[in-house]
Design a protein around this ligand. Structure first.
Ligand SMILES: CC(C)(COP(=O)(O)OP(=O)(O)OC[C@H]1O[C@@H](n2cnc3c(N)ncnc32)[C@H](O)[C@@H]1OP(=O)(O)O)[C@@H](O)C(=O)NCCC(=O)NCCS
Length: 203
């Protein structure tokens, strides 16, 4: 994933914008929480990630197949360093927004997936962000990824992001189906021999 760069262009996104409920878009994203039903009838919670979620991310990463890790990062990597865990959990909900999906088991929250976007500094282009989503292998195919991306898109749209730009490996059928399932307008361009750039219109 590209690193977010501080830039004047971010001024195009009005982070102080006040929502219908009287909160700024950043405050609303920080407190984001929604309940959803999976295709098998189970309930999940989708909520804003917190710095205390480091162990949840480690838990999710331990339940990912090599293929899922490769598809998410576009290369294979083992585990997450302390630095990566801090980066993935201590987000500003401004240029970096992240959501966690969890089910409840025996009264405890069990993390099963994550989605995030990072605002891209792209001169000459409308405000856009790069999204990423990953779901534990045992929970794939139940609608978790679609829901994580839909809620992420809602936050992004409220914040004034007009487009998501995703980089997807050509053999990642699951991600392409997920994107098609969101019902959002997509444009696919070849980006590299084995990957495509998919532009997803939010507005
Ligand atoms: C890509 C990925 C995130 C998809 O997550 P997922 O939770 O399995 O996706 P979903 O369950 O939402 O969608 C998968 C399937 O359910 C279907 N589906 C989802 N919601 C549905 C609904 N409400 N009604 C009917 N079908 C639905 C989708 O069409 C899709 O169909 P398929 O079973 O024929 O493939 C997951 O495979 C993953 O984590 N892969 C590794 C990481 C990765 O590739 N990330 C993308 C690059 S950033």
């Amino acid at each position: 994933m590209r690193a977010a760069v501080t830039s004047q262009r971010y001024n195009l996104i009005d982070f102080e914008r006040i929502n219908q409920d009287g909160r700024s878009v950043i405050e609303a994203a920080k407190e984001y929480r929604a309940e959803e039903t999976l295709l098998d009838g189970r309930t999940i919670v989708i909520r804003a990630i917190r710095p205390q979620d480091r162990s949840s991310l480690l838990e999710i990463s331990r339940h990912l197949s090599e293929r899922s890790i490769h598809s998410r990062f576009l290369f294979f990597k083992k585990g997450l360093s302390d630095k990566e865990l801090a980066y993935f959990t201590e987000v500003d909900f401004k240029t970096h927004v992240a959501l966690l999906a969890a089910i409840e088991r025996d009264g405890k929250e069990v993390p099963i997936g994550v989605s995030r976007y990072i605002v891209i500094d792209a001169p000459g282009e409308p405000p856009c962000a790069e999204p990423a989503v990953v779901v534990e292998d045992d929970f794939q195919g139940l609608g978790v990824g679609t829901l994580l991306l839909r809620h992420l898109a809602k936050i992004a749209k409220d914040a004034g992001v007009l487009e998501f730009v995703a980089y997807v490996l050509s053999d990642n059928r699951e991600m392409m189906e997920l994107l098609e399932h969101t019902g959002l307008e997509l444009a696919r361009n070849i980006w590299a021999d084995d990957a495509s750039e998919v532009r997803i219109k939010l507005a």
